[in-house]
Each structure stands twice: as C-alpha cells, then as structure tokens.
Write a protein of this length. Structure first.
Length: 255
C-alpha cells in the first residue's frame, strides 16, 4: 500500500449494472461523509466489494466512520470464525436446489460464497414446511444483492455454512405481519430513488424509503397500494435497476 494511504473493504457489494455505469452513485453517497474532512480518497470494487483508500489528516477518522456505518468485509478466509455475524448478499438466487449462496466477502485466497442450506431456510423462513428454496426466496423477495446478516454455523475446510441472524430474520417476519407491500430496488442510492418517486408522482403511494444497503433501497407502499403497480410506474425510469415486489401474504393470496 502506498505510503500514507489507509484502506478498508466495506461490507457493501456493488451490483454489476452499477459498475458498468461508473462509480458516480457510490461516490455520491460516500462524499457526504467526507464533507469538512481533510482527506483525499478513491474507491475500487475488487470482485464487486467496495474498497476505499484514504489519505490526509482526517484519513483514519473518515475510514472509521465508513466502517462504522457500512461494516467491514473479512476478505480473507482465515479471518472468519464460527459464530461470526457477517454482512452478506444473496447470490445465485434460485439456481441450486439445496439452498442459496450468500456472498459474505471472502475473497482470498480464493473467492468463496457461504451456503445457506435448505433445511435452515425452511426452519427460519417457512415454519418448517417442505418448500423449495426457490419458493422460499420468492415469498421473501430474496433476490440477488439483497443484504442479509448471516451467522457462520460451520466451517469445513474452505466451505462456509451460514443461517440468517436474528436481525434479518426478524425484519422479514415483520414485513409479513404488516399490511404494506414493498418494492426492493437494487442498484440505486436513496437520494435518486426519492427523486424517481417524486417525478413519477408516487409521493402518496410510497410512504417512505428504507435503505437496506448502500445501493439497495426498500420503497414502502401505502396500505392500499400494490408493489407491482409501483414497479410498472417507475420501471422505465430506472433502467438497469433490479426491482422485486414484496407482497404481504394476504395480498399475495389474492393476486
């Protein structure tokens, strides 16, 4: 590392569509935290994970602030221990039948995703019912890049097995109990999502926007607004942005 530089790999995964468009959305978000600080900084995304390099009088303070807000990826397999709680992102959703993989930021010595096995998915997200991984993912809107907190339950050589931490599981269960549909957007920062909602005249349909990760937002719909309808109205304004509808169980049955 060059003299004077400090660096960290944040627990933020950047979607491929954003990387193709350029770093501006990421830069826009992080620049707010750099205001008033004497720092020079740059960003990169090795294997899609956000790396920040900083130097200057306030470099350490700036980096500590970013790590506090976004978490830090382990990067190396040797840093992962059983029962660690890691920030991860769903990857390859629905492509395997024995569970789903979660990218927890293990990039060295080789990139290695963690397995969230089907039997734990059923126990945690389907009340033990024998549903397929694809069904469980669909019912919980767990598409690629959806951020989750995962507990490492087993380490076997380079294999990592996880399950959802309470925070993520409780979040999904709460969504199911409430009467609000939600739209999960992947690849857009909060400020831009708010701008799109305003320009699409959806201010009365989307009651708030929750940030799930740096580039993943959750648009919370009014109780009588359906998520697919919101997607239909903003889809052409968010080209290249992934959108998933989370339907409340009652509405899903009527659909």
């Amino acid at each position: 590392m060059a003299e004077g530089w400090h660096e960290a790999t944040l627990a933020e995964k950047i979607p491929e569509t954003v990387l193709r468009r350029g770093p501006r959305p990421v830069w826009n978000v992080l620049s707010g935290d750099a205001k008033g600080l004497n720092v020079e900084w740059e960003i990169s995304a090795p294997q899609q994970w956000l790396q920040v390099r900083v130097r200057g009088d306030d470099a350490e303070a700036f980096l500590n602030l970013l790590v506090q807000k976004h978490g830090e990826a382990p990067v190396h397999h040797s840093k992962v221990e059983r029962w660690d709680v890691l920030r991860g992102f769903i990857t390859g959703s629905g492509r395997v039948g024995f569970g789903v993989y979660i990218d927890v930021g293990v990039l060295e010595p080789v990139k290695k995703d963690a397995l969230y096995p089907l039997h734990r998915m059923r126990a945690q997200l389907a009340d033990g019912v024998g549903k397929s991984s694809r069904e469980i993912l669909y019912e919980n809107s767990l598409a690629d890049y959806f951020p989750v907190d995962a507990i490492v339950t087993e380490l076997d050589g380079d294999k990592i097995t996880v399950e959802l931490a309470d925070r993520t599981r409780d979040q999904l269960q709460q969504w199911k109990r409430l009467v609000f549909d939600r739209v999960i957007t992947v690849g857009v920062e909060k400020d831009y999502a708010e701008k799109i909602v305003k320009t699409a005249n959806l201010g009365l349909d989307v009651i708030k926007i929750e940030t799930l990760s740096l580039l993943v937002q959750c648009l919370v719909c009014k109780f009588d607004t359906d998520a697919p309808g919101v997607i239909a109205k903003i889809g052409n304004r968010l080209r290249g942005v992934g959108m998933t509808a989370f339907r409340t169980p009652a509405k899903a049955l009527l659909a």
